[in-house]
Design a binder for this molecule. Structure first.
Ligand code: HEM
Ligand code: HEM
Length: 272
């Protein structure tokens, strides 16, 4: 999986338009703040804030994309709009706060939460490109997330069946070194960095034991090795599909909190 494939945008035009919009916002900020004293409370500063808040509301409407509820456009149009409007909103927030560090706690929280939401969103975009590609490229086994524990159980039964008649050496090796890791799904972040990770090292004990077992048991060891590799692929599938399902935990609660604080920020502006 090449880095270029992960960072390459699906629709370069949208990326370019977003870059132009951000440059326009920042240039406006520089021109305005050069000519007049800048404040988020009035003029362009206020317009930046109100526009950013409007875009954030649009961002929160994203779950409405779901097929049954989707009013307009394709799923891809929705996600593209979500990603690029989010980025523009963040530029507007920077311009609204005068490209300087906030003075109060709410200001800091607004800025940090906007930053976190945008960064976690971008991480999500990368994961959604990277994980499916790395599963397809690095693994032979495909599996539906929910079925993986059941498939692992089947592999365990199969390998238990292979060693019923095994001699002492093979039996001991199987019980101590193979069965414990075959008996449950082992999820790990490490698969994110190397989807075939640790495989050679994990197969080393099998190669070692091949030298000590009877001739007729070598085929059993080889079958066990194949089962073990398949099990590692299921671990990788479960780990990476799990990350793909769960990364939104980084994104959505922060977005919700941001909207709550934004309401406080706007209400206090209306009141005072
Ligand atoms: C309807 C929209 C908005 C209005 C009316 C508004 C209003 C204001 C006002 C009046 C200030 C000056 C506060 C002061 O100097 O004490 C301010 C500052 C600020 N606003 Fe907004 N804002 C809006 C949207 C946003 C959004 C969407 C964000 C980011 C999520 C944001 C983040 C900030 C930050 C970081 C500051 C600087 C605070 C500081 O210096 O401590 N604002 N805003
Ligand atoms: C550059 C900025 C952003 C990027 C790259 C981004 C990216 C994403 C991605 C990839 C998804 C999941 C899409 C899917 O699997 O269908 C998502 C969902 C979501 N994002 Fe963002 N996002 C960004 C900004 C924001 C902002 C600013 C907010 C809110 C203030 C927000 C709120 C949400 C919500 C509520 C969901 C829906 C989760 C669900 O489907 O249940 N995002 N975002």
């Amino acid at each position: 999986m090449r880095l270029g494939q992960i960072v390459r945008p699906k629709r370069p035009l949208n990326l370019n338009l977003t870059a132009i919009a951000c440059i326009f916002v920042l240039l406006t900020y520089f021109v305005v703040s050069y000519r007049w004293p800048f404040s988020p409370k009035h003029g362009a500063g206020l317009v930046f804030g109100v526009t950013a808040a409007t875009l954030f509301v649009f961002e929160m409407l994203y779950p409405a994309r779901r097929p049954r509820a989707r009013p307009l456009g394709t799923a891809q149009a929705w996600i593209q709009a979500h990603i690029y409007m989010g980025a523009i909103a963040f530029c507007l927030v920077l311009a609204h706060s005068g490209l300087s560090w906030p003075h109060g706690a709410i200001g800091w929280l607004l800025l940090l939460l906007s930053f976190w939401t945008v960064v976690s969103g971008i991480v999500g975009v990368w994961l959604q490109k990277f994980i499916p590609a790395s599963l397809a490229e690095g693994l032979q086994v495909e599996a539906v997330y929910e079925r993986i524990p059941e498939l692992v159980k089947q592999l365990l039964d199969e390998s238990d069946g292979l060693v019923t008649e095994a001699g002492d050496v093979l039996d001991r090796f199987y019980r101590n070194e193979v069965r414990p890791s075959l008996s449950k799904v082992q999820v790990s972040w490490a698969f994110l960095f190397d989807v075939r990770g640790g495989r050679e090292r994990a197969l080393e004990p099998f190669r070692r034991v091949l030298r000590f077992v009877d001739e007729h048991e070598k085929a059993i060891v080889e079958d066990l090795m194949a089962i073990y590799q398949e099990k590692m692929e299921l671990d990788a599938q479960r780990s990476l599909q799990g990350i793909l399902r769960r990364w939104l935990i980084l994104h959505v609660p922060a977005a919700g909190l941001l909207m709550g604080l934004l309401t406080v920020h706007i209400v206090s502006w209306i009141l005072y």
